[in-house]
Design a protein around this ligand. Structure first.
Ligand SMILES: [Zn+2]
Length: 468
């Protein structure tokens, strides 16, 4: 099967030109100004953008949290991703306490078996590290294509690790070529503040933010950076939300240290005041780190423009407002932390990043596709449009209007963080490995089409698969 995408504006992190893209089988075969070739199918992309499929390095599908499970499983979450132009993501395997990493991977692979719509990889979230067992096993994960270790510096009594586990993991990463990812918040201080708030009868959703002040994120970010420096490990800070965390990252990058970081779509748009919405509506915006005071939004836009932050992810971690978020109606600490977002990252960053003049189209592609692919061992198979790369392509209509709403989104969540926002520009056709995933507003493949991708070690390229 061959497909010719004709006359579109091809935009990568580096290039921007009108041309044709020839796909043969699962890969991009040829690029050119006006290709004189026959193909089984021709897609006229005149007036459209031809973008690499977006890569989301931060999602949580079918994940247990706080006595419930995220509402999006692999199929609904990945369908939502596909409609938003995301063709590959990296999800978190969470090591259950006492379990080996092999056991954890087995549990997560079973959740995805036969259900995948797009391609995916896994990070390993380390919760429990023991000598004579998981410590040694951790070093062998990269051989299985799991080339990043995630550590939670918060969620005391659940996912949080101490500095010893954090530091030992960094030492292993320095040896094995894995990338260490941190959820950076001071979980001990937050635990004290949460207990004090509840003891004082402060139970409403906005106390979620008041008990996790920006300084707790700044402190933990700086601690992780300094520890990674000692261990000699590369570090990636997830979901940066505020000035206090941006500043130590900016310093580290200016010094040329191996530190990278992301923010997530929602931090540009949702602020602290959303948590104060009446009738428990504030619970929709309970995710971690919490929505910050509005002035942080300009700090984040500046940081993605100036390459202090390298990636925009979604941290998609969807729950129902009615039935799941309501577990915390009388106690903000029992509200499941997370929100949907996989479907609207490209919509929102195109509208308020590119169209608003804050970033270029090239930078948008870099933030949503190329950098996440490079940092997580997927490039150049994913994250760009080049001969030999997987034919993961978004034909994007920059003129078409789209109203974002829970009524029409593909997540199972009963709300959308950006409800009622009208954007100009939306994916029209989405291809994964040369096959049309989404067209005419319909999903065109059956679950089971997506594949697990074994990622390369940090800093290494993932070359096209040898056999196709
Ligand atoms: Zn997350």
């Amino acid at each position: 099967m061959s497909t010719l995408i004709k006359g579109g504006r091809v935009i990568t992190a580096a290039d921007d030109y009108v041309g044709d893209v020839l796909i043969e089988g699962e890969r991009i075969a040829l690029l050119g100004e006006s290709l004189d070739v026959d193909a089984d199918r021709v897609i006229d992309a005149t007036g459209k953008y031809v973008l690499p499929g977006c890569v989301d390095p931060h999602t949580h599908l079918d994940m247990p949290f706080g006595g419930t499970v995220t509402i999006d499983d692999v199929t609904s979450g990945q369908t939502s991703a596909a409609f938003g132009g995301t063709t590959c993501h990296v999800d978190f395997v969470i090591q259950p306490q006492g379990a080996t990493f092999a056991e954890a991977l087995e549990i997560w692979r079973a959740k995805a078996e036969g259900k995948q719509v797009i391609d995916m990889g896994y990070h390993m979230a380390v919760t429990d590290l023991r000598e004579g067992g998981t410590l040694e096993e951790l070093a062998r994960l990269p051989e299985q294509g799991v080339t990043s270790y995630k550590l939670f510096m918060a969620y005391k009594g659940a996912l949080m690790v101490d500095d010893e586990t954090l530091f030992r993991t960094m030492e292993v990463a320095a040896e094995t070529g894995a990338l260490v990812m941190v959820h950076a918040e001071n979980g001990d201080a937050i635990d004290v503040l949460v207990k004090q708030a509840l003891a004082a009868g402060n139970t409403a959703p906005h106390y979620h933010a008041l008990t996790r002040p920006p300084e707790t994120e700044g402190e933990a970010t700086n601690r992780a950076i300094q520890l990674a420096r000692i261990a000699g490990a590369p570090l990636y800070v997830v979901h940066v939300s505020c000035r206090e965390a941006v500043e130590p990252i900016a310093r580290a990058r200016e010094a040329g240290w191996d530190v990278w970081a992301e923010t997530c779509t929602q931090y540009f748009f949702i602020d602290y005041s959303h948590l104060e919405r009446p009738n428990f509506e504030g619970a929709k915006y309970v995710y971690t780190p919490p929505p910050r005071p509005r002035e942080n939004q300009d700090v984040l836009w500046h940081a993605v423009r100036s390459d202090i932050l390298s990636v925009v992810s979604t941290d998609h971690c969807a729950f129902l407002w009615d039935g799941q978020k309501t577990l915390g109606r009388d106690d903000f600490s029992k509200i499941p932390n997370g929100a949907p977002g996989l479907e609207n990252r490209l919509h929102m960053i195109h509208e308020f990043g590119v169209r608003a003049g804050r970033i270029s189209l090239n930078r948008m592609v870099e933030l949503l596709a190329t950098n996440p692919a490079k940092l997580f061992g997927l490039y150049p198979r994913k994250g760009t449009i080049a001969p030999g790369s997987d034919a993961d392509i978004v034909v994007f209509d920059p003129e078409k209007r789209h109203l974002i709403s829970a009524e029409t989104h593909h997540s199972k969540s009963d709300y959308n963080l950006f409800e009622g926002t009208e954007v100009t520009g939306t994916p029209e056709i989405v291809l994964l490995r040369g096959t049309v995933l989404v067209e005419n507003g319909e999903l065109q493949v059956e679950p089971g089409f997506g594949r697990f991708v074994e990622r390369a070690a940090f800093g290494q390229e993932l070359l096209p698969a040898a056999t196709r």
